[in-house]
Design a protein around this ligand. Structure first.
Ligand code: ZN
Length: 186
């Protein structure tokens, strides 16, 4: 997920853009958390920060693996924002969703310039493994839950534009074709 328009810059890892087949593949399970995976996670964190992203999934940096990172600021009761905490999710599984839905305008580092309101469950519970190899189960809500679901979709080959109404998606088609032409694989 992304906040602000910061796309098109050079990042630590090159981004895969809309139209790249890797974004439609299901990421493979990470079998061993070795130095390569730790390095990839750190490079993904750098790339996410350089791009002003709230999250980044491995397929977005050309690695078809089931892992993603998020860093979502939290809003205080006085409405000021606290910097987010970086979280790494390896082989994540969303184990429960709340019934109540919440809409938020999402963007994606792989689909520059498109921002649309996406309705998703307000809360989710996720089981995943961290970089130390420890399994954790945690509940997320609001913006952080949106980021978790957005990134988890990426490792299943799903993009946020797939979550829009058929009408909205159709309206976006010409712009999506342009993005594919401009940023996609040649
Ligand atoms: Zn995305």
């Amino acid at each position: 997920m992304v906040s602000g328009i910061m796309w098109g810059r050079m990042t630590k890892l090159p981004l895969a853009y809309y139209g790249d087949p890797i974004l439609r593949k299901k990421g493979a399970r990470v079998e061993t958390i070795n130095d390569g995976i730790r390095q990839l996670a750190n490079d993904m964190i750098d790339t996410m920060k350089e791009s002003n992203g709230l999250g980044l999934a491995a397929p977005q940096v050309h690695h078809s693996l089931a892992m993603f990172v998020i860093c979502v600021p939290t809003q205080q009761p006085d409405e000021s924002w606290l910097p987010g905490k970086v979280r790494v999710f390896i082989n994540p599984k969303i184990v429960s969703y709340s019934d109540d839905l919440w809409g938020y305008v999402e963007g994606c580092l792989s689909i520059p310039t498109i921002y649309e309101d996406v309705l998703r469950p307000f809360k989710v519970t996720v089981t995943a493994t961290d970089l130390e190899g420890n399994e954790f189960t945690e509940e997320f809500e609001g913006l952080e839950a949106h980021a978790v679901m957005h990134e988890n979709d990426h490792i299943n080959g799903v993009l946020f534009i797939d979550r829009l109404s058929a009408k909205k998606r159709k309206e976006l088609e010409p712009r999506l074709r342009q993005i594919k032409k401009k940023f996609g694989p040649k």
